[in-house]
Design a protein around this ligand. Structure first.
Ligand code: PXL
Length: 288
């Protein structure tokens, strides 16, 4: 069985990070080995959340993994709780570079034009370094803007988002995926993916749904990790991840309105392994 080291926080309440990544990747048939970055009472969008930073505990955990001689098929990082964790994760990536070379960095920094509480410019700089070591990165539009140092003063256009996707791959990763990008028209949302190896830029777009849940970015990046590790092409992985999130949101937003609790992914896990009912991905162009 393939093993994935998952470097995220554990938030006790509100579906995010490890409580999202573990069920998804387990369902897809992987063994998930968590390296927790923090333990939170609830994710940081809940008022008054408590956060217990695990920076001091991470290196001893890594040292034990080294003693055990563990090897991973993929390294997958998300929410990091301190600047020093960026150095620790960088060291971990160097020590545990998987033979197949699969490192996915989800540069969790912010959303809707703003950084999350506790995230600062120094975290953005560190995240750029981590992204340069990754094979795949999955920023949302806000994170893409911060990584590129482009403030989001105005509404980003579809063409700009596509340029950003290509530009971000210049930082080093083979595949760059941007979520929550503007679609081809107002009521559409696009997910973009650029493959630096062959220069192709892909788009999967879907209807905008009037609901937003924290943790969907974590679910998205987890599905991408599982699909790519399974040998799916980039646009196939993109299609499955968008489909899963869409079904998850549809399964959630008709119920009681508690958006902070996250997407009820428990209801839709089976869509991770069933044949996809359609393919909608489009080739936007080839950029070298
Ligand atoms: O979903 C990203 C995320 C991960 N971890 C924590 C968060 C968030 C987003 O709010 O608060 C702790």
């Amino acid at each position: 069985m393939k093993k994935i080291a998952a470097i995220h926080d554990l938030s006790g309440y509100g579906r995010a990070s490890l409580t999202v990544a573990i069920p998804i990747l387990s369902y897809m048939g992987y063994q998930v080995c968590p390296l927790p970055t923090a333990v939170l009472s609830a994710h940081s969008e809940y008022e008054g959340f408590r956060s217990f930073d695990l920076t001091e505990q991470m290196q001893p955990i890594i040292d034990h993994w080294k003693q055990l001689g563990l090897r991973f098929d993929a390294l997958y990082s998300g929410y990091l709780a301190s600047e020093r964790q960026l150095d620790i994760v960088e060291g971990f990536f160097k020590d545990f570079t998987p033979e197949a070379g699969f490192i996915l960095v989800d540069p969790v920094l912010g959303d809707r034009g703003r950084l999350y509480p506790g995230m600062e410019e120094r975290m953005v700089e560190g995240m750029r370094r981590l992204c340069s070591m990754a094979n795949v990165i999955t920023p949302n539009l806000t994170e893409a803007a911060f990584l590129l140092g482009k403030p989001m003063h105005h509404a980003v256009t579809a063409a700009e988002a596509a340029e950003w996707c290509v530009e971000l791959a210049g930082m080093g990763p083979e595949h760059c995926i941007i979520t929550s990008a503007p679609g081809e028209r107002k009521e559409r949302v696009a997910t973009l993916a650029y493959n630096r190896t062959d220069g192709r830029l892909w788009r999967v777009s879907c209807d905008f749904l009037p609901a937003s849940y924290p943790g969907t970015g974590d679910a998205f990046a987890s599905v991408i990790t599982g699909c790519l590790l399974n040998g799916d092409s980039l646009p196939e992985a993109l299609e499955r991840a968008v489909y899963f999130i869409q079904m998850g949101i549809r399964a959630t937003f008709g119920g009681e309105h508690r958006p902070l609790d996250g997407m009820e992914q428990e209801k839709v896990l089976h869509y991770l392994v069933e044949p996809l009912p359609y393919f909608t991905y489009e080739l936007l162009g080839t950029y070298r």
